[in-house]
Design a protein around this ligand. Sequence first.
Ligand code: MN
Length: 241
Amino acid sequence: MATLFISDIHLGDEYPQICQRFVEFLATEAPGNEALYILGDLFEVWIGDDAVQTEHRTVLEALRRLCDSGLPVYVMHGNRDFLLGKEFEAMTGCQLIDDPVVIDLHGTPTLLMHGDSLCTDDEEYIQFRTQLRSPAWQQQFLAASVEQRIQIARQYRTESMSRNQNKSVEIMDVNAQAVIEAMQKHSVTQLIHGHTHRPAVHVLEIDGKPAQRIVLGDWYSQNSSLRCDEAGCRLSNLKRN
Ligand code: MN
């Protein structure tokens, strides 16, 4: 049995066909595996468990069916859906996991991250991330009305798009040293993350030992998924309809 990893599905009203494909994936490809890990940015935006958008209902129900079938589904916060909370867990049966977290992946200790915290060259973003992840900011945001929250989320999106226009691809990619430090800190030789939408298997060396960093791609252009079993990990594209 294999363990599946996906990330950056970015479900929202912008790409309705992805929602359909994701629901199909949950119903046809995920069952029969050992576990499903969703490593962040499942949703394009999540403004609180008390403000579920209508277009997300189908997905929440599909996750519920999969969890009810006995398959464990683990969800990590991404930079878009970091407000997924206890109510989301109750609605779907998914379990939220920390970023970072180390799991035993068929005998290999493996570090899982969304990936945005590794983009340390983008100092402006790291600062913004710290602000949004602070309990004080989150309390204040969640206390606002749904309409206000939608407006704030839109404003942040516009601001971030205009900021990123002037940044190079390298600045917005992970920092090589940050990767090594994270892997050393957690004593692992395998890291799986998403966020950058640059699917690849990078071979590296940590303290003289061979190591690998597997990057998951997104769903709107890459249909990316990773399947790991005792024989190893295979990064692939999902079938296109
Ligand atoms: Mn992301």
